[in-house]
Design a protein around this ligand. Sequence first.
Ligand SMILES: Nc1ncnc2c1ncn2[C@@H]1O[C@H](COP(=O)(O)OP(=O)(O)OP(=O)(O)O)[C@@H](O)[C@H]1O
Ligand SMILES: [Mg+2]
Length: 257
Amino acid sequence: MTDLQPSILRGEVKVRGLSKSYALNRSSLSVLRNLDLDVNGGEILAIVGPSGCGKTTLLRVLAGLESPDRGEVLIDGHPVAGVGRERAVIFQEPRLLPWLTVLENVAFGLEVRGVPAAQARERARHYIHLVGLTEFAEAWPRQLSGGMAQRVGIARALTVQPEILLLDEPFGALDAMTKLTMQEELARIWREEGVTMILVTHDLEEAIFLADRVLVLSRDNSDPARLIDVDLPRPRDRSEQGFVAMRRRLMAEFGLH
Ligand SMILES: Nc1ncnc2c1ncn2[C@@H]1O[C@H](COP(=O)(O)OP(=O)(O)OP(=O)(O)O)[C@@H](O)[C@H]1O
Ligand SMILES: [Mg+2]
């Protein structure tokens, strides 16, 4: 099926002069200030920074769930307003519909877009297989572990074949072991699908394990955003010297040792 081909080299994101503030106690809280950013098609960009620095805000603006005060977002050269089919979002909690099976949850996004049920389910099965849950296609969400539920969330997002996957701390609620497995799975899925990924994370090691580049945001816009290349071969090895050096470098960005 040709429409299962990955959309390599599409999914380019440009952010130009993006500013966003919120009203807070009658004053204005500037969260993003004049941000410029280029994300290449098929790249993984991680976004890190202290709590409250605007990571989720940036992701929500990219998703079209929030509009900027100034500036614009271009996807494949076209300015975007609002949500769009070329973008899918994965939140910290997968928010599955409890009255639908795994298969029905994953196929749901296609069915509401008018894809015939049989075709939607065929494609859903492909992505359920990709996230390693073939045997759980008929299970109910309540029968899944946290990591499995999050994998269903990933399958659901991929099934609509977005060019860009926006992930907001997707593994933040998982235990340490499951998180490592999920990071490996996400790296594999990215290799197989060639989708652009923009990943917000608190976890510097996760950023280095997955990303081509890391965007470091500072609290209160005190410093301009910085971009750091993660020039390490894949698949990445957390104990390898280059990896450890990169972790040290990223920690130093936050004044940590
Ligand atoms: N809808 C809103 N209304 C008012 N203020 C908001 C709103 N959403 C976010 N903020 C404020 O904007 C700032 C950035 O919030 P945001 O959620 O983007 O931070 P974050 O970097 O994702 O933090 P965390 O790492 O804790 O998730 C915070 O000070 C927050 O209080
Ligand atoms: Mg956040």
